[in-house]
Write a protein that binds this ligand. Structure first.
Ligand code: ADP
Length: 275
């Protein structure tokens, strides 16, 4: 499977600036693509268009070279598993019910879960390290536990493309690394495609096959991490000085402190004169 955008532009009603301008990207089965960029650079908007929930103002989304608009919602839900950035907990569900929701595009006409549905839910619960939470109501979970249940729900769907919007926010180091390892493993062993929006530039550099750098609604760079994540690009996009180093052959960013002239002996930043 391949999903591609061609010349996407999005302008939200009433917005002064477009949220996306002429964005053409593609993701193929068997590769993981990280999307990085500052707040407001258009990452979530790109995902929303990519999964078919937001129609672009201009441009097209193609799945295997056919228009996404030709696919039914149910068909799209089978192909694409999404972990959105924000979602309200509308129903007082138990963990296993929330994950079973991921199976809805597979459920029979009667809506009754089959053995295959139960097996997919069980496997997803284990892979996301939340099997011990079965029986708990989702409203009682910690931020990190809920986050992992949401990833489990997307996995239970057994999608061909997994789309994660800041899905490791709230997770401690182990659970964050486990999500990155899990997604990378699914990409390698099951040949799915993955799109990962993250603020963890250094993890994106180590885990992703390709990185897309967004800024102000435009793609500023796309390609292998070593080709794209340069000091010049990252400083320009994040508007903060950085130094680059390497770990395991991947570029790694170190954000620099403010120039020492603005800092007191204890490291605090002093206010600029005249402010
Ligand atoms: P990111 O995910 O990189 O933080 P977003 O895609 O959420 O960026 O936002 C891109 C731009 O579009 C921002 O300027 C944001 O304020 C604006 N925007 C996002 N959603 C809406 C909306 N529903 N209505 C109006 N403007 C929006």
């Amino acid at each position: 499977m391949k999903i591609a955008t061609v010349g996407l532009s999005v302008r939200y009603p009433g917005a002064h600036e477009p949220a996306l301008t002429d964005v053409s990207v593609e993701v193929r089965a068997g590769e993981s693509v990280a999307v990085v960029g500052p707040n407001g650079s258009g990452k979530t908007t790109l995902l929303r268009v990519l999964v078919g929930v937001l129609p672009p103002t201009e441009g097209r989304v193609l799945i295997d070279d056919g228009p996404i608009v030709a696919r039914s919602r149910r068909e799209l839900a089978r192909l694409i598993g999404v972990v959105p950035q924000r979602e309200d907990q509308l129903f007082p569900l138990k963990v296993e019910e929330a994950v079973l929701f991921g199976r809805y595009p597979h459920l029979s006409a009667l809506g009754l879960p089959t053995a295959a549905d139960r097996a997919a839910v069980g496997a997803a619960l284990v892979r996301c390290d939340v099997a011990h939470l079965v029986g708990r109501r989702i409203a009682t979970l910690s931020g990190g536990e809920w986050q992992r249940v949401r990833v489990a729900r997307a996995l239970a769907q057994e999608p061909r493309l997994l789309v994660l919007d800041e899905a490791t926010t709230n997770l401690d180091i182990r659970h964050e690394m486990e999500v990155f390892e899990l997604v990378t493993d699914l990409v390698r062993t099951q040949g799915i495609g993955a799109v990962i929006v993250t603020h963890q530039v250094n993890l994106a550099a180590r885990f992703a096959d390709r990185v897309i750098v967004m800024d102000q609604g435009q793609v500023r760079g796309a390609g292998a991490p070593a080709d794209v994540l340069s000091e010049a690009v990252l400083e320009q996009v994040f508007r903060w000085p950085v130094a680059m180093t390497q770990w395991d052959g991947a570029p790694q960013l170190v954000p620099l402190r403010q120039p020492s002239a603005n800092r007191t002996a204890n490291g605090r930043i002093t206010e600029e004169k005249g402010m």
